[in-house]
Design a protein around this ligand. Sequence first.
Ligand SMILES: Cc1ncc(COP(=O)(O)O)c(C=O)c1O
Length: 385
Amino acid sequence: MPDLHPSIYLDNAATSFPKPPEVVETMHRLLQEISLSPGRSAHRFSLAASRVIFEARELVADFFGCPDSSRVVFTSNVTEALNVGLFGLLAPGDQVLTTGMEHNSVMRPLRHLEKTRGIVLTFLPTDPTGAIDPEDIPKLLSARTRLIIINHVSNVTGTLADLVAIGKVKGEALLMVDAAQSAGVFPLEMQAFGIDFLAFTGHKGLFGPTGTGGFILRKGLMVPPLKMGGTGSNSEQEEQPQMMPDCYESGTPNTLGIGGLFAGLAFIKRTGLETIRCHEEQLTRLLLAGLSQIKGLTVHGPPASANRGSAVSLTMADRSVADLALLLDRHFGIMARAGFHCAPAAHRSIGTFPQGTLRLSPGFFNTAVEIQAVIAALDKISATH
Ligand SMILES: Cc1ncc(COP(=O)(O)O)c(C=O)c1O
């Protein structure tokens, strides 16, 4: 195996790294002890595996303010969760309100449904930082508006959407939230925020492994499943069971990954969401302050004074963003991401298409010293033009 040990990892918006030690330990233990099929056989190891999943479901429900854990469905990532919601909820002629800041895990299914089902997409106006004004929503709602789908925090600019304000003006429309970038950093309360469908990924702010994620479906709302098959329940029937969460969880679940996700959530609870957010906020402020002093460098997104996520997008005059990422990696041991970050529409919205941006995304395990090192590295690169 190549030595992939990072020097300074600033790509937490892609996936959080490192994972808390208890995530690693839990997964190691589960792999040794009970990495087998839960909910299928009645022997003790299978029951123990079922217990792992049940406890994780309970913790996820509690974490997102959902009173009934059977409404929590595990998927392989947020992309799958969003696809279940979008394909399941939208019918021909439905209007969808969304933004030009969405990730392709939302945009591509929407564009597909626009072509194949004739859904009507309406984009909320965004300002140059990618922010929407919730007051625009009532002006664009119609009798056909089925859904408002929005990402809570942009993976390109860190722009934060005011979900509470959106929940208040959504009218009869359902509110679906892509919480890929915000879960584990910002408070998210399913009921209190009026969210109907909350989609999350496990491997970013929730500190779980890749291959984990899910959605929470508000009580009373059902959508058809995207996949069908064995669930370990109602096995005498050839029809897909209707009950939650089994109807969406066909196939052997990722016990190991879900166990890791449980440990990630437990780490967040023990550490405190507020502590995590404050640390990331401090690092982001430090980063933005330093970047603002570098000649020829432009930051695209909300200012340091805004309530915002930690993803910071930048461009530098006369340097391609790919070049910047390569120089940072090769000469300074700094890992960042260059390009579109799977959100081409966002770059059209903020004016960085087609060059894209260099994205620096600090996470909980970064330090102020590391942020200073990145600022110094970019300063040096800008001076060697
Ligand atoms: C806002 C947003 N939505 C969706 C996704 C897709 O996440 P996943 O690959 O875990 O499905 C990402 C990942 O970068 C994201 O940042």
